[in-house]
Design a protein around this ligand. Structure first.
Ligand SMILES: [Zn+2]
Ligand SMILES: [Zn+2]
Length: 116
């Protein structure tokens, strides 16, 4: 499964075309909130161990400034607050798809947003 085209479809939303012809739409907010980098994941899991308390959303946190394909297997996103360590493998990206089809399928399976 490979993304063949990535673009901003409208403000705040990314559209991804896949080689299996699936068309994904993913809001930038969802992308950022699911940032797979160690820093963001660490905040979620180890909030009280070492991460600074509740950071207010920085300006530009949900503004996408750049996207770059990394080694044909992932997408690296750069955000308006300077965060650029999130690398989204294709499977992760696809798992965040918010098209009606995927949302329905996830709702039906009861898995929700708890993705691997
Ligand atoms: Zn991150
Ligand atoms: Zn989908």
């Amino acid at each position: 499964m490979i993304a063949t085209q990535i673009r901003l479809s409208r403000p705040g939303e990314m559209a991804v075309s896949w080689d299996d012809r699936h068309q994904s739409v993913i809001s930038l907010r969802t992308l950022r909130d699911h940032c797979p980098c160690a820093g963001c994941q660490g905040e979620t899991v180890l909030l009280h161990s070492y991460a600074p308390v509740e950071q207010p959303a920085l300006p530009g946190k949900y503004d996408l400034k750049g996207a770059e394909v990394v080694g044909h297997y992932a997408l690296q996103l750069r955000w308006g607050d300077g965060h650029d360590t999130g690398i989204y493998p294709w499977e992760v990206l696809r798992g965040l798809c918010e098209c009606p089809e995927c949302l329905n399928r996830r709702a039906a399976s009861g898995i929700g947003r708890n993705l691997p």
